[in-house]
Design a protein around this ligand. Structure first.
Ligand SMILES: Cc1cc2nc3c(=O)[nH]c(=O)nc-3n(C[C@H](O)[C@H](O)[C@H](O)COP(=O)(O)OP(=O)(O)OC[C@H]3O[C@@H](n4cnc5c(N)ncnc54)[C@H](O)[C@@H]3O)c2cc1C
Length: 460
């Protein structure tokens, strides 16, 4: 589809965050929003499966929540399975969140289904995506620098009053604006557990002998001394063309000693993970072996944490503080922050970036287009002040989530072997963690508090 020559807002990237932003801008009465994507078609893979309460509330504002809830499984708890013969530990319990939200659960729905729902609503509202149009450059408009010229690979130039980079972790918009992208808590120690377990695989599979102790309304995590494997029951029909059987999501880190995992692990590989680090490693010896019968989708990826130094910048953005009066360029979603999938927070944070930005950006467009001349100096600064405040707040939200994910990983990777305090007092940190966790989780308050943290309600 041929691109227009101008737009009030140009959204680069039609992943979940870009589409949610387009819908939310429309809801806030923002005219002339153009969404572009470099790919010929949308991604059609399962990836993120957890949608948290704060995000469902955000999606309610753009009329996507009810349809999504219908498509997903409502997960009520998270459970850790620690070892053969040991009772599982329920670590988070979501029902008590009913005091704060009607979405007192984690909604489990594969990303291709969420994107389909959001895309359908967008289509019904007349929002179209211009494809395939890949951004390759960006600079302030020469006549009026309060606009940005965005240049596409085919040479087309689109003049926009505001640009939003929702173009994923390798964001061209972020790179063109020269925004620094780094782990906010410093480089990961190459000898650490985080580094050695950075390769992950995820797979959507069917099973024979799915174990009843791995509850369907729970996110299950098998924590063994040297790894952790995630096991989630997906909603009934995420792949209607491939199977009518129940589909499960398995995710597992791959230690360095196993080498780089295959790009699309097959049934045999996933079975090896289940036997070594999954249910087959913790179920009683006489329990039937959980067997992978079909691998519907699988992928490998490398996890890392990174955050953009500025979520509000300007083209060409030599520094985050380009002259006021230059057209605003914002980053949302994976373009702004990324971290390992522990806790399932990534897409959630991005969707909330978008919903929070929309009313402020719509107001900016209204005010800036009402001005008869290009705003400069103090006037431009005051126009962009709400966007600046949004950028600072969203960055701080991202830092909180990244810290939470790192804490969760630290807790999982506590070594489960004998160590010596002061060189001679033996202790086992993993064993102690398990005992403390088992004791604390007997209190509903503790489990509800864990659910509260994961839900995003305190970090919308
Ligand atoms: C293999 C894999 C597994 C994952 N698993 C999980 C998980 O288990 N849990 C979880 O929470 N998250 C997971 N994620 C992350 C989750 O998928 C992302 O957080 C989510 O997709 C981010 O959405 P987004 O809209 O910000 O970016 P994206 O979904 O990456 O969308 C960006 C869009 O921008 C377009 N684009 C890129 N560059 C340009 C350009 N120059 N010009 C125009 N368009 C461009 C792309 O084509 C793409 O459509 C996973 C990701 C991957 C890759």
């Amino acid at each position: 589809m041929a691109l227009p020559a101008s737009a009030q807002v140009l959204v680069v990237g039609a992943g979940p965050t870009g589409m949610v932003l387009a819908l939310a801008l429309q809801k806030n009465g923002c005219p002339d929003v153009v969404v572009v994507d470099g790919a010929l078609q949308g991604e059609n893979t399962s990836r993120a499966v957890a949608i948290h309460a704060a995000t469902i509330e955000a999606l309610e504002t753009i009329d996507c929540a009810d349809r999504l809830v219908k498509e997903g499984n409502k997960v009520k708890r998270t459970t850790i399975h620690l070892g053969r013969g040991e009772a599982p530990i329920e670590t988070a319990f979501f029902s008590p969140l009913s005091k704060y939200t009607k979405y007192n659960f984690i909604l489990c729905v594969p990303q291709h289904v969420s994107e389909k729902v959001i895309g359908t609503v967008a289509e019904e509202r007349g929002i179209q995506v211009y494809r395939p149009h890949r951004v390759s450059d960006m600079r302030p408009n020469e006549q009026d620098p309060s606009f940005t010229d965005v240049i596409f690979e085919d040479g087309h130039v689109l003049r926009a009053r505001a640009v939003v980079g929702a173009d994923g972790s390798r964001s061209a918009i972020r790179n063109l604006a020269n925004v620094r992208w780094a782990d906010p808590y410093g480089q990961v120690d190459p000898n650490s557990k985080d580094a050695s377990l950075a390769n992950m695989i995820i797979a959507d599979v069917t099973f024979a002998n799915a174990p009843p102790s791995f509850l369907q309304d729970s996110i299950n995590l098998v924590v063994s001394p040297d790894n952790a494997l995630l096991y989630i029951t997906l909603p009934n029909t995420p792949y209607p063309d491939q199977t009518t059987d129940t589909v499960y999501r398995v995710a597992c880190s791959i230690p360095d000693e196993l080498g780089v995992p295959p790009s699309a692990p097959d049934t045999e590989y996933v079975q090896m993970l289940l036997d070594r680090w999954g249910p087959n490693a913790v179920l009683p010896e006489d329990a039937p072996r959980v067997q992978v019968t079909q691998t519907i989708w699988s992928s490998r990826f490398r996890t890392f944490s990174s955050v953009a130094d500025a979520f509000l910048t300007h083209a060409p953005g030599k520094t985050p503080d380009a002259p006021a009066g230059t057209g605003p360029v914002m980053l949302i979603g994976d373009a702004a922050h990324i971290h390992p999938p522990m806790g399932g927070q990534g897409m959630n944070l991005g969707i909330r970036d978008a919903v929070k930005l929309a009313p402020l950006l719509a107001e900016y467009i209204r005010a800036a287009s009402a001005s008869t001349s290009a705003p400069t100096g103090a006037q431009a600064e005051s126009l962009q002040a709400p966007l600046k405040a949004w950028a600072a707040e969203r960055r701080s939200r991202a830092l909180t989530v990244i810290a939470l994910v790192k804490d969760l990983q630290k807790m999982m990777w506590i070594p489960n072997k004998r160590q010596y305090l002061l060189g001679f007092i033996p202790y086992n940190p993993g064993w102690m963690r398990n005992k403390v966790l088992r004791f604390l989780t007997t209190f509903e308050f503790f489990r509800a508090n864990a659910a509260w943290k994961v839900s995003g309600l305190a970090n919308r």
